[in-house]
Design a protein. Structure first.
Length: 101
């Protein structure tokens, strides 16, 4: 059985036991979060839309961290204008414990 869940404006295909990195959630390590299911495939029978509205996936927060640093460098030729920036995207690592639906 697998499901398509929605979190952080993105969709992920998950099964029970999957570990994935998603956009930062408002939860602490060890908390359980409830994620909405958009589509559910159970024994080859696909349910979506209003039929899958009651379905949800439980996930446990295992880690909260930051991704790799991205260097941003912009300049304008012949003007001696230079600008350097960096960015590290925060993420939450979750483990899917069960899919209910």
């Amino acid at each position: 059985m697998y499901a398509i869940i929605l979190t952080g404006g993105k969709q992920y295909k998950v099964e029970t036991g999957d570990v994935l990195k998603v956009e930062l959630l408002d939860a602490k390590v060890g908390d359980t979060v409830k994620l909405p299911v958009l589509m559910l495939n159970k024994d080859g029978v696909v349910t979506a839309g209003a039929q899958a509205a009651e379905a949800f996936a439980n996930a446990e927060v295992t880690f909260i961290g930051k991704g790799p640093k991205i260097d941003i460098f912009t300049y304008k030729a012949k003007k001696n204008i230079r600008k350097r920036q960096g960015h590290r995207q925060p993420y939450t690592e979750i483990k899917i414990t069960e899919i209910v639906g």
